[in-house]
Write a protein that binds this ligand. Structure first.
Ligand code: PLP
Length: 480
């Protein structure tokens, strides 16, 4: 397929700009470009065909089963889009006076109220643009808290080895030293090992619960208490809240600060790079440090933005975060309601367990009892016996029109496939997919030699990964 830059001809185009209705301003010489801007010059039909072709070459939730573990690729109801398209939300300017954007401020205030209720937190900021950005923000709150108390020797963040890769990365970016905490062979935090590393230099502990193995750590109260008694704070990675909404709350588990991924659990589209939203909620002890501004409500019922907060860590993003993502998430919350949200989590857990139980006698399931919203398969034996890797199996799935699960993650499981079916799949779809997984497994056992040839039906076959790593071409360069 040609790039759009390679299509079209000089002078062709479909931009019908309205006549200028504002005074023309002379721009200073130094701001004027020296060369022409390289933009594609294509006609409207060419443009339309280009995007249709691109669309056919992608795979999204609307194309089929997409069980990307830890990413929660659930279906995003269209009504969310309808709300985000309302001109009253779409056409506001971030610098408009507060009295003209009361509805937008109400959206933020109500979203804060509901999400605080769901997580057991007291206040929330919507500035962070993604989960990792939320982690960074939350860790800055922890830093500010210790600093305010004159307890600045606390420079270590404890992170279990089952954590999402962003956890240690965010802690390092926030200037902390990361201490790795091993898991038990059952996949939980090893409290004996945790005891050894927790101490006077512990700033905080980061945990995903249920963790990336799809397991809920039942010792959670003991763990968070251990950190608190040592003077540290507990950070909850709530990127995947899909198993516990309306059922259990990080705030009740002893966590002080949490980020959510609205673009996962709360049903706003993701993949392809955004926009996302990673709001950070915290207990009252940390609220003074949250980024400014926060939305407040005056006694007369009007909303305003509170800027003068002297202990705030400052801004982490321009203006108020990705506001339209928050509109979608609030729509989702309002359509589901309290009971619907709980039912969502229960269905997500049920779907994952249904698939796991059907697959556990074929693939090896390292933690086979029961899972939360996702589970992990290990193809280590298949690799050893037949030379077929998790990658080979994942590529074969593409030919069946389904998206592979997350591969080679979590890192502590060799040849891992991490499956998160989500609640928006029917039993019929799950049955079909289980049959496909079984069929691929049989082929891998009986004809391992064919497994390197997949996929065969996709636009791009199997890329040469070594070449891609050694000689990456990361941006388009115009041919001279
Ligand atoms: C997705 C995810 C993140 C990171 O979220 P981004 O929005 O991709 O930055 C962090 N932790 C967990 C457990 C996740 O699944």
């Amino acid at each position: 397929m040609k790039l759009i830059f390679e299509k079209g001809r000089e002078g062709r185009g479909s931009a019908l700009l309205p006549p200028c209705d504002v005074p023309i301003v002379e721009v200073e010489e130094k701001y004027i470009r020296k060369s022409d801007l390289n933009i594609p010059q294509v006609s409207e039909p060419e443009l339309s065909r280009h995007y249709t072709e691109l669309m056919k070459n992608t795979f999204g939730v609307n194309d089929g089963f997409y069980p990307l573990g830890s990413c929660t690729m659930k279906y995003n109801p269209k009504v969310n889009e309808d709300m985000a398209k309302l001109p009253e939300f779409l056409e506001v300017h971030p610098l408009q006076p507060e009295h003209t954007v009361q509805g937008c401020l109400a959206v933020m205030a109500r979203s804060e109220e509901y999400l605080c209720e769901i997580t057991g937190m007291d206040r929330m900021t919507f500035q962070p643009a993604a989960g990792a950005h939320g982690e960074y923000t939350g860790l800055q709150l922890i830093r500010a808290y210790h600093k305010k108390r004159g307890d600045e020797k606390r420079d270590k963040i404890l992170v279990p080895d089952s954590a999402h890769g962003t956890n240690p990365a965010s802690a390092a970016m926030a200037g902390f030293t990361v201490i790795n905490v091993p898991s038990t062979k059952e996949g939980y935090v090893d409290t004996g090992e945790l005891k050894k590393v927790v101490g006077e230099d512990t700033a905080g502990f980061m945990l995903t619960n249920p963790n990336t193995l799809g397991l809920f750590d039942e010792k959670i109260l003991e763990i968070t208490d251990m950190i608190h008694r040592a003077g540290g704070l507990n950070y909850y990675d709530g990127a995947n809240l899909n198993a516990i909404m309306g059922i259990a709350r990080p705030g009740d588990m002893g966590f002080d600060v949490v980020h959510l991924n609205l673009h996962k659990t709360f049903s706003t589209p993701h993949g392809g790079g955004g926009p996302g939203s990673g709001p950070v909620g915290c207990k009252a002890i940390l609220a003074d440090y949250l980024p400014s501004p926060l939305v407040c409500c005056k006694e007369d019922g009007t909303y305003r933005l509170e800027y003068n907060r002297k202990d705030s860590i400052g801004r982490v993003k321009g203006f108020y975060g990705n506001f339209l993502v928050v509109v979608r998430a609030l729509t989702y919350l309002l359509t589901l309601g309290k009971e619907g949200l709980k039912h969502t989590s229960e269905s997500a857990v049920l779907n994952a367990n249904y698939m796991m139980q059907h697959l556990k006698n074929i693939f090896s399931v390292p933690f086979p009892e029961h899972c939360m919203h996702e589970f992990v398969l290990s193809l280590e034996e298949l690799k050893k016996e037949k030379g077929v890797s998790a990658l080979d199996v994942a590529k074969a799935m593409l030919d069946y029109g389904i998206h592979p699960p997350t591969m080679y993650f979590p890192l502590i499981i060799p040849e891992a496939l991490m499956v998160e079916p989500t609640e928006t799949e029917t039993k019929e779809t799950l049955d079909e997919v289980i049959a496909i997984y079984k069929q691929i497994y049989e082929e891998a056992m009986n004809h391992p030699e064919t497994m390197q040839d997949y996929p065969q039906s996709t636009v791009v076959g199997r890329p040469d990964e070594v070449k891609a790593a050694r000689n990456p071409i990361l941006r388009y360069r115009k041919k001279p």
